[in-house]
Ligand binder design. Structure first.
Ligand SMILES: *Cc1c(COP(=O)(O)O)cnc(C)c1O
Length: 383
């Protein structure tokens, strides 16, 4: 087994672990690939800030010209600070508070992606009080069959996200008639880590049907959300998702009106592959019939394995031994779910070795917690 030359191991050895290592060169290449694939003049790509709001990462994405998709006032503030222009910020989420809505209106954000009739009432009242019009899109639950595509998490009417198709008509009417609402269009988000692209085609069909239903309503834009998945098993073979195929699905299948814009909200696909969690082996423990590699970063540094039973590729980046051994790789947290991998084949591993958990740039650092009074992991960047 040969070490990947990818990591600056000598430098990482000097750092306190656990910490996140970000390859900014790969991030830039990914952003270039997005810009190239989404080159259609009516396509607008937003970055879903919830995937990673590390200021260095956010600034780079803002500088590349993407907009921001946010789900809280904190994210809006982080986006503005990083240089995203307010009109390119959209704001989703089922529980927007009054202070969040008012402040977002003051910033002059591009659009509220509205998730309920109750929320629409509040946005309308607050905008009226300020004497302005609030830009709104209705987040429609596309009711894409979860049985055919079980990986889609936001599917049906009982879901907390979005507005049921049957309720859309009344709300569109309200938006159009309102003095304080500026109707921008429809918003969708079918789920995350979608790797078979068929659901996106189905989404296009749903959108086309909806547009036909509202033939006499002006719909300046359609927001198709995010969800494009990445290759967690082969980060070196597939460091950049197939953006071309993804964007072309929408280009080829959406029946757009003249001048209509399409907005995208990609999170994971932008940042997942550029980040790795670097941990240090504290002990190699002999169990009954198995060996444990115990590392100093666990579910508090990277919760995805414990939360979603996700698997990140595990590499020993210190040793170049080609003698291998089978290990369970676990963290130090006092929870049985604090496991990064079972029966992992690694080079013979010893105390002090560095272990990288790959593809951890999305929903990694941002979800870190202080459980067990552990400090939050730091971050370090390739230059
Ligand atoms: C989480 C989320 C996204 C981003 O999802 P990814 O799977 O990371 O691309 C986009 N839009 C909305 C509304 C979301 O909630």
């Amino acid at each position: 087994m040969i070490n990947t030359p990818y990591f600056p191991v000598d430098k990482l050895k000097e750092e306190e672990t656990p910490l996140y290592y970000y390859d900014l060169h790969l991030l830039d290449e990914t952003l270039d690939a997005i810009k190239e694939a989404a080159h259609y003049p009516n396509f607008h790509v937003h970055y879903a800030v919830k995937a990673n709001s590390n200021p260095e990462i956010l600034q780079r994405i803002a500088a590349a010209g993407l907009g921001a998709d946010t789900v809280s006032l904190g994210e809006i503030r982080a986006a503005v600070t990083a240089g995203f222009p307010a009109p390119k910020i959209v704001f989703a989420g089922v529980g927007k508070t009054d202070i969040e809505i008012t402040t977002a209106l003051q910033y002059g954000i591009g659009c509220f992606n509205v998730e309920s009739a109750a929320e629409l009432d509040v946005i309308e009242q607050l905008a009226a009080g300020m004497g302005i019009k609030a830009p709104v899109a209705l987040r429609v639950n596309p009711e894409i069959d979860a049985h055919t595509h079980h990986y889609i998490t936001t599917g049906l009417a009982e879901n907390k996200f979005g507005i049921a198709l049957t309720m859309v008509e009344t709300l569109v009417e309200r938006c159009v008639k309102s003095e304080s609402l500026d109707f921008k269009g429809f918003h969708f988000h079918i789920g995350s880590q979608v790797t078979d692209l068929t659901p996106f085609k189905i989404l296009c069909e749903r959108i086309n049907d909806l547009q036909e239903k509202f033939a006499d309503v002006e719909i300046p834009w359609i927001n198709v959300g995010g969800g494009l998945g990445i290759d967690y098993d082969n980060p070196d073979e597939n460091p950049i998702p197939d953006f071309k195929t993804y964007f072309n699905i929408f280009h080829d299948n959406l029946k757009l009106r003249p001048g209509q814009q399409v907005h995208f909200e990609l999170g994971r696909a932008v940042v997942a592959q550029c980040g790795s969690l670097i941990t240090r082996v504290v002990y190699v423990k002999e169990g009954i019939g198995k060996k444990f590699v115990i590392v100093d970063g666990g579910m508090t540094a990277l919760i995805r394995p414990a939360l979603y039973q996700a698997h990140h590729k595990i590499e020993n980046i210190t040793t170049s031994s080609d003698v291998t051994e089978k290990y369970d790789v676990v963290g130090p947290i006092c929870e049985s779910s604090d496991v990064f991998g079972t029966d992992e084949i690694l080079p013979v591993t010893k105390r002090g070795d560095l272990i990288a958990l790959r593809s951890a740039g999305a929903y990694g650092e941002i979800m870190a917690s202080g459980y067990n009074c552990r400090p939050l992991p730091g971050s370090i960047f390739s230059r």
